[in-house]
Ligand binder design. Structure first.
Ligand SMILES: [Zn+2]
Length: 199
């Protein structure tokens, strides 16, 4: 469980902010963890702004929505530099689905943290082929705090950290949910279509 180093009190002005990254596969609870941290900050009367890439419109254009339908309003943005323009004087910047942003997101998050803001980034660490996804590896390197959350393998019940794609499309970005991807452990991911259902 992530325990905040500090929540209350103005984060800007007197001291630097920091970067937190929440990463993992699909169905690992990344967005739930982002929302948990943001909700706690709201209770502490912190000013929170949330952004997500405009490409991700699976649920609702203005909400960060997790699979348990616990949501906070967010602003969809086209480019990561829009986040700087829109963050204003908030204390905390939340960013969801960070893997879909451009590589500039790393510099943007660094600037925000340097200006005194707490930056919480959630995203897929690997794409469907098991390769590091978009700006995520660089974000993991520059963050003060990294939380890797895991899903449960749909085939064998082990701890899963891969997002296995069930359809034969090779595009890196392909939005979808339960009918398109499943969480798999390393062994079942490597077996591919031959993985047996043993639970
Ligand atoms: Zn498995």
């Amino acid at each position: 469980m992530f325990i905040e180093p500090k929540i209350a009190g103005k984060s800007s002005g007197t001291r630097a902010g920091w970067i937190e990254v929440i990463c993992g596969s699909m169905f690992s609870g990344k967005t739930e963890e982002l929302l948990r941290r943001l909700n706690r900050a709201l209770i502490a009367r912190q000013k929170v702004e949330i952004f997500k890439p405009a490409v991700d419109t699976r649920y609702h254009a203005y909400d960060v929505v997790s699979h348990n339908s616990n949501s906070i309003r967010s602003t969809p943005v086209q480019f990561s530099e829009d986040i700087i323009l829109l963050a204003g004087d908030c204390d905390i910047v939340g960013i969801d689905e960070a893997q879909f942003f451009d590589e500039d997101l790393v510099d943007i998050c660094t600037k925000l943290a340097n200006s005194g803001k707490r930056v919480i980034v959630a995203g897929l660490d690997m794409d469907f082929s098991g390769k590091p996804f978009g700006p995520m590896p660089q974000l993991l390197a520059v963050a003060e705090y990294v939380t890797k959350v895991h899903a449960i393998c749909i085939k064998c019940g082990d701890i899963a950290h891969y997002s296995y794609r069930l359809v034969a499309d090779q595009k890196t970005v392909m939005l979808g949910e339960k009918d398109t991807y499943e969480a798999r452990c390393r062994r079942c991911f490597l077996k591919g279509p031959k993985a047996e259902q043993i639970i």
